[in-house]
Design a protein around this ligand. Sequence first.
Ligand code: NAD
Ligand code: ZN
Length: 365
Amino acid sequence: MNTIIVKTPVTRHLGELFSKNGLSKKTVVLFDENTRNLFGSELLDLLTEQGFQWLDLVVPAKETSKSFNTANKLYGKMILADVDRSWNLLAVGGGVVGDLGGFIAASYYRGIPIIQLPTTLLAMTDSSIGGKVAINHPLGKNLIGFFHLPRLVLIDPAYLKTLPMREIHAGMAEVVKYGFIADRDFLFRLDRHFSEIIALEEPFVTDAIRRSAEIKSDVVEKDFREESGLRATLNFGHTFAHGLEKLADYRYLRHGEAVTIGMVCALSLSHGLGYLNREELDQGVRILRKFRFPHGLVQRRFLGESSESLLEYMLSDKKKLDRKLRFVLLKSLGSAFLLEETVEDHHVLKAITEAKELFKKALAC
Ligand SMILES: NC(=O)c1ccc[n+]([C@@H]2O[C@H](COP(=O)([O-])OP(=O)(O)OC[C@H]3O[C@@H](n4cnc5c(N)ncnc54)[C@H](O)[C@@H]3O)[C@@H](O)[C@H]2O)c1
Ligand SMILES: [Zn+2]
């Protein structure tokens, strides 16, 4: 499956690493404007020193770069530079660059290897692992894509030093999610060392990233094409989060912020349907209270909206015309499952309303 290396500095022996993994030293390096400015010169100099032939490509640092239009422009540059099947592609950035780079690698010349060098916490722990690569369609996010596993995932937590705090919290949502769904001890370790991880202190941050990457890759290995329901557990909190993101027009909430709120709702629903006991619900919520949001964001984007309109947005997805929502619930902290039965709307509304109450209490503290 994925070869994942977590190390600082991870790029020192890149040439050797590529050779060992059967990769040529002909590499298209994809950045966004920010990662090109921050890390581009040093990385490209290093590739030159180590005997690589490279082509660097840069896209705007926005979600809209995950488009067919951008991909098409990049194919053109690659064709003009004589990039053929003997090349590979190294994606240096967050999930946007990783997804776009993976999409291009999966399709160019019927597929060239993709190597991920993630530089956001979300990309290190989630999007770079598992081989789902996609671009957006005007009718929906991530609808056009492939399963194209990375040949190598190179994770260096030192890249996070320049990442804005808001992005760290957003990435941390997925990290805590892994604790909720698969590893109770890890969840409590994250609880104890939350502030050290957020401050990027070692060894806490590397431990958090390494364990997250392990959990994700383990789940993906067991259920690559999302058939048994196991991979679906990675979507804990996400049914609510997708509704919230849509409600916030995909602009005002970072994905991880929506997931944090979504996990409070999912914990409430797990309790409301009789799976999670009250004590564990309270413990889970106490951990999620450690997350910080920009001032007023939760009030505007969650508490200020009616529970009914959030449910409408959750249901408004084209794929859900049968009005069936799928929920991942917890039996206990560290153990998740995909609920097969349909949940009646009134249970969902109750969970949202309870989550709001929990947030109000948290904000009042
Ligand atoms: N393929 C998957 O399995 C999967 C899973 C989850 C999310 N995703 C996708 O990931 C994308 C979101 O990824 P993201 O949250 O990493 O966002 P992103 O790629 O937009 O990065 C966030 C911002 O941080 C900047 N940045 C990146 N690294 C930096 C660094 N080290 N220092 C300073 N700034 C840096 C970027 O330029 C960007 O402005 C979405 O498109 C989502 O659909 C994919
Ligand atoms: Zn997510």
